[in-house]
Design a protein around this ligand. Structure first.
Ligand code: ZN
Length: 296
């Protein structure tokens, strides 16, 4: 892919217009300001410069160009964000139509990726309902604040695990798709979500695509496993993933160092303290493959 297309796209894009499609923006002198959507902002801390075509939050440090804003706001990778921006501004380019991500995977895996993305949204929404209230309280008590919940798309699998299956089927996915992404239990021909009643942590690959989940028990007296990870699936290969890599990579490049932690709960702890250069191994040893990723 020729990276010049991003430059061309950005030249035709007005960042004030793009951000204004997501949040309220007001003009202040030469710049524009808004409440920052990436932290719990009370005073407008997000500065948008029309001249420089960048945004920057002076409190949480998030910043970048119009594509970066969409990327962070919608939790998508850079290519998907660029494509969305291109649609908004009417920029047409064949290279952008198929993202790098979509071109490098085989077509039969596409429904699995879509299914995982829809499922992560379903879980995230369920955490905000009355049924997810207790799970959310548990997270808050573990110092995982609401911003961190949002950023990492932490969710909740409803206790009635047939709801997950019904939701995915209503979206057009087959039981085979649901089985292939590793969330199906099918005892006595009664399909349900094997993570029912648990807190859900989506696991993203290095492009920011959801590829699996880790779930955690939280209820007193629940004697099921503390953590359950998605099994290896056609799209989830534990050893090839560093948790939070896709969020951390830009910060790591700027800072020149990285914290490699044991588990994703450790990443949240650092995130809450404002440290964005942390990744975690997914319960495996640190492998040469991981080190290669970090050196790129
Ligand atoms: Zn902020």
């Amino acid at each position: 892919m020729d990276f010049k297309i991003f430059e061309d796209l950005l030249k035709q894009t007005d960042i004030v217009d793009i951000i204004g499609r997501y949040i309220d923006v007001s003009k202040q002198g030469r710049n524009h300001r808004a409440l920052c959507p990436f932290h719990n902002d009370k005073n407008p801390s997000l500065m948008i410069s029309h001249d420089k075509q960048i945004f920057k939050c002076f409190v949480c440090g998030e910043g970048g160009n119009a594509i970066n804003f969409v990327q962070k706001y919608e939790h998508v990778n850079y290519f998907v964000a660029a494509r969305k921006v291109a649609e908004m501004v009417g920029f047409s380019n064949d290279e952008l139509k198929a993202t790098k991500f979509e071109r490098k995977i085989s077509p039969n895996l596409v429904p699995l990726y879509h299914c995982l993305t829809d499922l992560a949204s379903f879980y995230a929404t369920a955490l905000q309902t009355s049924e997810g209230k207790e799970a959310k309280l548990y997270l808050n008590q573990r110092n995982i604040n609401n911003e961190t919940i949002k950023k990492f798309q932490i969710g909740f699998a409803p206790s009635d695990g047939t709801q997950t299956i019904k939701f995915l089927q209503s979206k057009g996915y087959s039981l085979k798709n649901i089985e292939d992404i590793g969330v199906l239990s099918n005892l006595l021909n009664n399909p349900f979500d094997r993570n029912q009643g648990r807190i859900m942590f989506p696991i993203h690959d290095h492009d920011g695509q959801v590829v699996g989940f880790s779930s955690r028990r939280y209820k007193e007296g629940d004697d099921s496993a503390k953590y359950i990870n998605s099994p290896e699936t056609p799209v989830f290969h534990k050893t090839s993933i560093l948790y939070n890599y896709f969020n951390a990579v830009e910060h790591v490049r700027n800072a020149g160092y990285v914290y490699v932690l044991e588990g994703f709960m450790d990443v949240f702890a650092l995130e809450v303290s404002g440290i964005k250069t942390a990744v975690a191994i997914m319960g495996t040893a640190l492998l040469i493959e991981h080190i290669n990723f970090l050196q790129n």
